[in-house]
Design a binder for this molecule. Structure first.
Ligand code: ATP
Length: 307
């Protein structure tokens, strides 16, 4: 039924869009360890352009070796064209939700569908083609800024690279460097600030012109000023796309169209920030708890280069 053909080419296909240090190693290892996962069914069609929704239809999912399901009979409809935040306590399954949309894992029960089609029935390449991912830590390779951005889209022209950098609001900064787009980023991108690395990762994602932009704690490691600046950029680049943002930092979600609270393997609340605060439920509690916490780890401050 499933073809056992998950080869290195498939894995490489995914590396450029997503891969991030620790998570990357885990994901690549996961992919390699489970050769059947992600294999296309014989004659599987490509996924057409997404027009309506990504839906979790009674999805139950448990990681191998763990005692309890992370997602437990979860039903959830995510409408396209919206900015959607997925929030919840640590370990509640926010990243797992993204993993299932990317078909890094498949549900034990239930289905994930796009426009009504089970994503297991379409080619993995076409599914991933429609998406881009930005993680908290995104692997930058020791080559030029241009090449790092181009990893998002094989064969992209210099003009496309610059266009993506403009959208990620890092173009002006790049142009201020003596070697401009040819500047080497150094080992693991260590010549750049955390915010600049994140903007390169956003450019790498956006060059794919994805219908769906997935963000996994994309700004959680940044200081408050940088986080706010990059959040503004992300809301701009998400226009006309579907943005699904898993985060525990609620300051990032206030302006999003919709917020979904995951807890106990299910979606327990959804609505706008104002609606959920007024509900006085789980979201309100997360919000109040966060107000009383010191802000997360600070790194270097940078600002966007938009006008
Ligand atoms: P956080 O906010 O801490 O990032 P999260 O809500 O994103 O958490 P997930 O990363 O989806 O949660 O993890 C949900 C649960 O599944 C956790 O208990 C986690 O330890 C476990 N888990 C995550 N990835 C794996 C894996 N590859 N193998 C086994 N268990 C895993």
């Amino acid at each position: 039924f499933w073809e056992v053909s998950y080869n290195i080419a498939h894995v490489m296909h995914f590396i450029p869009v997503s891969i991030s240090s620790a998570a990357a190693v885990r994901h690549i290892q996961d992919l390699l360890d489970e050769p059947t996962r992600g294999a296309d069914r014989a004659g599987a069609p490509d996924l057409p352009r997404i027009t309506n929704d990504i839906t979790f239809d009674r999805v139950t999912f448990q990681y191998e070796g763990s005692q309890t399901p992370v997602l437990d009979n979860l039903s959830l409809k995510l409408n396209v064209g919206r900015s959607i935040a997925v929030v919840g306590p640590s370990g509640s399954g926010k990243s797992t939700l993204l993993n299932l949309i990317l078909r890094l894992y498949v549900p034990d029960e239930g289905r994930v569908t796009i426009d009504g089609v089970d994503i297991r029935k379409v080619t993995l390449g076409s599914l991933r083609q429609s998406m881009a991912v930005v993680f908290q830590e995104n692997m930058l390779f020791n080559m030029s800024i241009r090449e790092n951005i181009r990893l998002g889209k094989e064969g992209a022209t210099d003009a496309e690279v610059e266009e993506a950098a403009k959208k990620a609001e890092i173009h002006r900064y790049i142009m201020s460097l003596p070697q401009k787009y040819d500047t080497p980023v150094g080992e693991r991108g260590d010549t750049l600030s955390g915010g600049q690395r994140q903007r390169i990762a956003i450019a790498r994602a956006i060059i794919r012109n994805p219908s769906v932009l997935l963000l996994d704690e994309a700004t959680s490691a940044l200081d408050q000023t940088t986080e706010a600046a990059i959040n503004r950029t992300l809301l701009k680049v998400a226009k006309g796309r579907t943005m699904i943002w898993s985060t525990h930092r609620l300051t990032s979600v206030v302006e999003m169209d919709e917020i979904i609270v995951i807890s106990g393997g299910r979606a327990i609340e959804r609505g706008s920030h104002a609606e959920l605060l007024a509900k006085n439920g789980a979201y309100r509690k997360l919000w109040d708890d966060q107000l009383h916490q010191p802000h997360g780890a600070a790194r270097q401050v940078d600002d966007d280069d938009s006008d």
